[in-house]
Design a protein around this ligand. Structure first.
Ligand code: NAI
Length: 359
């Protein structure tokens, strides 16, 4: 097991718009026996230990992996702070193709690195990792959330994420329409673990739902689960949508796309929804209400932290997730009153929470 902690002085590395200097600790992990190569980035522990998932991905270059983990860990600081959790921001990437590189030995080697941080970093699942992997990681460290119920974890966070998105969307809809979500047409992009549950909640709230997913099996699942009550498509098109819910990939939210759908509200589960930060102001200027991604999609981390670290009962966790609606309301009101874009308003709320904790 080899580690290297690099200092902010190594800032000369070309990592795009990210900087190492803004992070508390970055750990490069290498284990030759299992072939593990990973990076753990702890961005900010003002509010508590860094909590964030482990992404397992084949990156074009190590620089890309470093850029991704720094960006993601910074995002977790914002997400956990906006959610009111006593956790800071951190994230990890394992470099490699999970379909071929993932072995129990490699996951255990990774778990030993997580353990070496003595609780400063608490891991969870992300793209390319799942609860079964966390069970294996959990064999060598206790600093892990999201294991299977059989292994003592709280399992899939998708339903909690969906409830959080729904609560945030309702807050947005209340600002845009007198009747809220009732009678609105919502386009859900991505019928996965989050999109499927979100669709059910939207139907129950009286919305019409169009679900787009290129995977026929995913479309079939959502159709069966809703008794055929939704319109299905391979890709989302307009212009009859009122709400656009990105629940598949990042970087899909632009003024052009929202306009082409006819949407006046954008709220979904995907991380890093804006292709560039400038889109925040552009959406605001176009009168399209965007509920910032890290506010809307915090239900999963609230579920993990509450159920596994904070000893909250299932009822309390559900109430905590629903409170995302209040946070969204606070941010949308701040944006409306001060005339700043919603993303900037959310960043202000996060900065204020961190400043208060530091003071
Ligand atoms: P998932 O992998 O279960 O589902 C994603 C779905 O999107 C798949 O059915 C896939 O076929 C579909 N998809 C892929 N490309 C698409 C496209 N171009 N148009 C429409 N659909 C497309 O993922 P999950 O768990 O539902 O998460 C959805 C998003 O929310 C992801 O971006 C994830 O990172 C994010 N997220 C998920 C959380 C969770 O608790 N599951 C927590 C926070 C964020």
């Amino acid at each position: 097991m080899q580690t290297m902690t690099i200092s902010p002085a190594a800032d000369a590395l070309d990592i795009g718009d990210e900087t190492l200097a803004g992070h508390e600790r970055v750990l490069f992990c290498r284990d030759d026996e299992s072939g593990l190569r990973a990076i753990i980035a702890i961005h900010d522990t003002t509010l508590g230990p860094g909590l964030g998932g482990t992404r397992f991905k084949a990156y074009p270059s190590d620089q890309d992996a470093l850029h991704d983990v720094l960006r993601l860990s910074r995002g977790m600081t914002s997400k956990n702070a906006a959610a009111g959790l006593p956790f800071g921001g951190a994230k990890a990437v394992i470099i490699g193709d999970p379909r071929t590189a993932k072995t129990p030995e490699l996951l255990r080697a990774y778990g030993r690195f997580v353990d070496s941080l003595e609780g400063r970093y608490v891991t969870a699942a992300d793209l390319g990792t799942n609860s079964d992997d966390l069970d294996v990681i959990g064999e060598v460290t206790t600093h892990v959330t999201g294991r299977t119920a059989a292994a003592g974890g709280s399992g899939d966070s998708g339903p909690a994420t969906a409830l959080g998105v729904f609560s945030a969307m309702r807050a947005g809809a209340e600002r845009q329409w007198d009747e809220g979500l009732k009678g609105r047409v919502v386009g859900v992009e991505g019928a996965g673990k989050v999109g499927g549950v979100l669709t059910r909640l939207l139907l129950d709230a009286g919305a019409t739902v169009v679900v787009a997913d290129p995977d026929p099996a995913a479309r079939e699942r959502v159709s069966a689960a809703t008794g055929g009550a939704v319109q299905l498509a391979e890709t989302l098109t307009g212009p009859e949508l009122d709400v656009y819910a990105p629940c598949a990939l990042g970087a899909t939210v632009t003024v052009e796309r929202a306009r082409s759908f006819g949407a006046r509200l954008v709220c979904g589960a995907a991380n890093n929804q804006l292709p560039t930060p400038h889109e925040d102001a552009a959406l605001h200027a176009a009168g399209i209400l965007w509920v910032p991604d890290y506010v809307a999609n915090a239900g999963g981390v609230i579920h993990l932290a509450g159920a596994e670290r904070l000893r909250r009962s299932p009822e309390e966790v559900t109430a905590d997730v629903r409170r995302i609606g209040d946070t969204a309301r606070e941010i949308l009101t701040r944006s409306a009153e001060s005339g700043i874009p919603t993303g900037a308003a959310a960043d202000e709320v996060v900065a204020a929470r961190l400043a208060a904790a530091r003071a």
